[in-house]
Design a protein around this ligand. Structure first.
Ligand SMILES: Cc1cc2nc3c(=O)[nH]c(=O)nc-3n(C[C@H](O)[C@H](O)[C@H](O)COP(=O)(O)O)c2cc1C
Length: 168
């Protein structure tokens, strides 16, 4: 089992990046992965902002106490969603599936990324909304810093057999 490798069993949160920019083709593949996610009634509430502007990245890195690692990233995605979608109560769940897909694709492409939580905290959502300049009706869900990792990291093995319950 330990030899089995796909991105699910390789991805870790990467917070230090080389200065090297991320190629536009790879950015598109990550966005394609994000939009390949399942969503309630296939409502696809997502809108993605791709931020490479240094000044904006710096402001985003200061938007919460936990986003400092974005400062050195060549690229930050702001994962946003439409407030008015078919099933608003599922929007955050849909966005989680989408962000995880993006993280996994980043790993596939030899990149590293970290999910930085914004929603559901209203003050953080408002701060990011202002920095990005989101239009009415769009809300910030998460920031994802991305780039080529400075170092290789091993994933923690968190499998816990005690948390598996069989009903036969
Ligand atoms: C909803 C959510 C919010 C997170 N917010 C942050 C964050 O603000 N800053 C950060 O550095 N990491 C953040 N993380 C990453 C977690 O710290 C990380 O996934 C966790 O420690 C497990 O490590 P791993 O991703 O390397 O497996 C967040 C992850 C999730 C799923």
């Amino acid at each position: 089992m330990s030899e089995y490798r796909n991105s699910i069993f390789h991805r870790t949160s990467v917070r230090q990046y080389q200065e090297r920019p991320v190629e536009p083709q790879k950015v598109e593949l990550m966005l394609r992965a994000a939009m390949a996610a399942p969503s309630a009634m296939n409502q696809q509430p997502w809108e993605y902002y791709v931020v490479t502007c240094r000044e904006t990245i710096e402001r985003l890195s200061e938007s919460t106490p936990y986003t400092g690692c974005a400062k050195g990233a060549p690229l930050v995605f702001a994962a946003c969603y439409r407030r008015e979608c078919l099933r608003p109560m599922y929007a955050h769940i849909d966005m989680s599936a989408s962000v995880e897909n993006l993280l996994l694709e980043a790993d596939e492409l030899g990149l590293g990324a970290v999910w930085m939580g914004i929603a559901p905290l209203e003050d953080r959502m408002q701060t990011v909304k202002e920095i990005i300049g989101l239009p009415d009706g769009l809300e910030a869900f998460a920031l994802i810093a991305c780039g080529y990792p400075v170092k290789e990291q091993e994933q923690q093995d968190r499998y816990d057999e005690a948390r598996v319950h069989y009903i036969k």
